[in-house]
Design a protein around this ligand. Sequence first.
Ligand SMILES: Cc1cc2nc3c(=O)[nH]c(=O)nc-3n(C[C@H](O)[C@H](O)[C@H](O)COP(=O)(O)OP(=O)(O)OC[C@H]3O[C@@H](n4cnc5c(N)ncnc54)[C@H](O)[C@@H]3O)c2cc1C
Length: 211
Amino acid sequence: MPYAYDAPPYRLPGQIAEAQAATRYMYPLGVMVNRNGQRFVDERSAVGNLTYAKLGRSILEQPGKWALQVFAGNEIGKLHEGYRKDSTVVHGDSLEDLEASFGLPRYSLTRAFADAIQESASLKHWGLSYGSTMPPFLGLKVACGLTFTFGGLQVDRQANILDEDGQKIPGLFAAGEAVGGIFSENYPGGAGLLAGTVLGLRAGFGCNTVL
Ligand SMILES: Cc1cc2nc3c(=O)[nH]c(=O)nc-3n(C[C@H](O)[C@H](O)[C@H](O)COP(=O)(O)OP(=O)(O)OC[C@H]3O[C@@H](n4cnc5c(N)ncnc54)[C@H](O)[C@@H]3O)c2cc1C
């Protein structure tokens, strides 16, 4: 997921609120570019809940392993508090201001917004219009945050852990983060706790009793 560039190493579960405030999920309201000022994902290809998990990897693939989120006009007021407190935030009256502040090629942000508006206008999906890209502007740096490793133990539908030959290991169960193979490359937000709950109940009480 896109995550605060300057986030300290929070300790969970004690600092869950702080860790949550460092998420940078609101990219569908603006554009995301790399340090060359180039967009590298379609910010609005689906609702954010279906794109945020895989975007961490996309950011890691960019030069310097960071990206810039840029928002304009009324969209700025919709950003959550974590955005406003971010130490990398830069405000500007023009996109050229932000290009200069972040060392991006001149007019690269203008091009990025124009591309995003054109995509939206071509009805590929909902999105930005010229009206939603008026000054002021706000930009901030983001890094890769980890949602899942996508790895883990192989289990069957009743949460029994399987050995390398695919055979049940008697009396050994797994659920939640310890399980691999449920999600791969991407993840629909909210499904993690659901998967953990389903397999956890099956492991604890047996599939036929509870579900
Ligand atoms: C940033 C982020 C946002 C997420 N948002 C959502 C969401 O909105 N909705 C959703 O459904 N899912 C979400 N998920 C996924 C969800 O959080 C996980 O699927 C869920 O927390 C997994 O639960 P778990 O109990 O298996 O593992 P964890 O929650 O990771 O719990 C494992 C616990 O074991 C402890 N532990 C580890 N090693 C040891 C050890 N050796 N001895 C003792 N204790 C140990 C850890 O400290 C931890 O407390 C999100 C995940 C992340 C990272």
